[in-house]
Design a protein around this ligand. Structure first.
Ligand code: ATP
Length: 513
């Protein structure tokens, strides 16, 4: 684990060193949990967004996109339940003065029981070798049985406390489980309090009677309040979806782990409107479709798992997360929720406008049910980086840091490198650049030895480099170097484009879906 944390620290500094992610307002010592994307980061982020957008809007005839405003009428957040219930239970340690989410402390404790069970099992597997029967061991070993019983009891108690919003009980669980603050090591805890995560500001001058407005904590409500506009103007027939990418803001209590939990972040959300009664079938379909989207990136199936929700939000009748194996464990990257007709009904109630759909197939009017897929761009970005980062030991003993980014997401697709800075090689290289730049992002680099230049490209995940040498002047060929294998081949300049373009385009990913 310590080793994995080390890797994570390296990824964070790599992000800064190579222009992927910078702490926001850095020259003023930064701003908590706010980050800026640099010259490489923005390219990769745009590629991720394009992959998502095209997979939704281009591949599905019945999904369209919108771009709604961040500011919305404040009653929307009353209707959606965010004003009253978008809270996290927080608790402070009186000695370290550190603040925690009570639910996270308890969930970590549950995970600790799982770790203990896993440890016992691994130990036994080693002892018994070939003859080891995992199922039987889990069913019979007294120590494992005890861990399981304690874990399940804790789970039950926690679930009930969360469902009942029972804050004293959450505190009692923390005390009973003897959970200590990782900083002070003490169990000197305050009461548990609810904390609303929405940021607010004022719109209009005070003289006019300013209105309190919120920075949206999710993009979804912008879709719900435009449901009628899109359905009518787009002549959409149920089932259909509306997709949106945009900023969201949450005043997170504990902002840790780099861009995993930010106060300003970006979401890619799609709300899919279906006939009541068909929602669970659609929920299953979207679960599969979304996992496939992740898996097409090629990090391997073992990097993903579903996590079904214990505590369903008040509006949901099914919910699952897609988790990615980060260096700090499996973590949520995307949520898929069956939200029933909660949101549309609430907006109908609060706005007084009818949001019914007349279904020509059944001759019925109803409020559509909704399946939501909601993914954080930044978390996705982090998962791609974590899945790609490698410190590779080469045969000659050297270490190279390489990002094995899926080519379609890499910020730079092709580096164009003249072997030396003279003899007409730079001019030849520039001429190639001038044709390639219309097709994908290229970088021209003539500084330092060719080996150093390759390393710089490896570090930003450039899938291809070409070297222009003296032979290129004679026969119009170049060496093409592949990032992952480091193998080189000689190719005519004329065949570069067909060789590379297909592999680096978003289309190559979309075709796997
Ligand atoms: P968590 O339990 O981690 O707080 P959540 O369940 O509240 O997340 P949702 O409300 O389902 O998250 O939001 C959908 C997606 O938005 C998440 O899967 C995640 O990728 C992203 N997201 C949510 N909060 C943040 C944040 N503070 N920073 C970055 N991304 C976030």
């Amino acid at each position: 684990m310590a080793q994995q944390e080390d890797v994570f620290k390296k990824i964070v500094s790599h992000c800064k060193e190579y222009g992927f992610v910078f702490p926001s307002s850095e020259i003023y010592d930064g701003l908590g949990a706010v980050y800026d994307y640099g010259q490489m980061g923005v390219e990769m982020k745009n590629n991720i967004k394009k992959y998502w957008w095209d997979s939704m809007v281009r591949l599905h005839e019945n999904i369209v996109g919108i771009d709604s405003a961040i500011f919305m009428h404040p009653t929307i957040w009353k209707a959606s339940g965010h004003v009253d219930a978008f809270n996290d239970p927080l608790i402070d340690n009186k000695d370290s003065k550190k603040r925690y989410r009570a639910d996270v402390l308890i969930e970590d404790q549950i995970a600790k029981y799982d770790e203990k069970i896993e440890k016992e099992t691994a130990k036994a597997a080693k002892r018994f070798g070939e003859a080891f029967d995992r199922e039987q061991f889990l069913a019979t070993n007294p120590r494992v049985r005890e861990h399981m019983a304690r874990r399940d009891a804790l789970h039950e108690r926690y679930k009930q406390a969360m469902n009942e919003n029972n804050l004293p009980e959450l505190r009692q669980i923390i005390l009973d489980e003897e959970i200590a603050c990782p900083i002070s090591g003490t169990r000197n805890w305050t009461e548990v309090r609810q904390f609303n995560l929405m940021f607010s500001t004022e719109m209009g001058s005070t003289a006019d009677g300013a209105m309190k407005v919120y920075l949206r904590p999710e993009t979804a409500q912008g879709i719900f309040v435009n449901y009628l506009n899109v359905q009518k103007t787009g002549r959409m027939k149920i089932p259909f979806g509306i997709a949106q990418i945009g900023k969201a803001f949450r005043n997170e209590i504990v902002a840790r782990q780099f861009i995993f939990r930010m106060r300003e972040f970006e979401q890619m959300e799609m709300q899919f409107f279906v006939r009541p009664g068909s929602e669970l079938e659609w929920f299953r379909k979207w679960k599969e479709t979304r996992l496939k989207w992740h898996e097409a990136l090629g990090f391997g199936q073992d990097h993903y798992r579903y996590h079904d929700h214990e505590k369903l939000a008040h509006y949901a009748n099914a919910a699952t997360d897609i988790e990615f194996l980060m260096p700090f464990g499996f973590k949520e990257v995307e949520g898929i929720h069956s939200r029933t007709d909660f949101d549309l009904s609430q907006h109908e109630k609060y706005s007084g406008k009818s949001i019914k759909y007349f279904d020509p197939e059944t001759n019925e009017s109803y409020t559509p049910y909704v399946i939501e897929t909601s993914i954080g761009v930044d978390r996705m970005f982090l998962s791609v980086l974590c899945g790609s980062y490698e410190e590779e030991k080469l045969e000659n003993g050297e270490l190279r840091t390489v990002l094995h980014l899926p080519a379609a997401l890499a910020p730079v697709k092709l580096a164009i490198l003249p072997l030396v800075k003279k003899d007409g090689l730079p001019e030849k290289a520039r001429a190639i650049m001038d044709t390639m730049k219309f097709h994908f992002n290229c970088q021209y680099d003539e500084k330092d030895s060719i080996g150093k230049r390759y390393r710089r490209q490896d570090a930003i995940g450039t899938p291809y480099c070409i070297t222009v040498d003296h032979q290129s002047l004679q026969d119009d060929t170049v060496t093409l170097r592949h990032r992952d294998t480091m193998q080189q081949e000689r190719l005519p300049i004329a065949s570069l484009l067909p060789a590379i373009e297909e592999k680096v385009s978003i289309t190559s990913l979309l075709q796997k879906l």
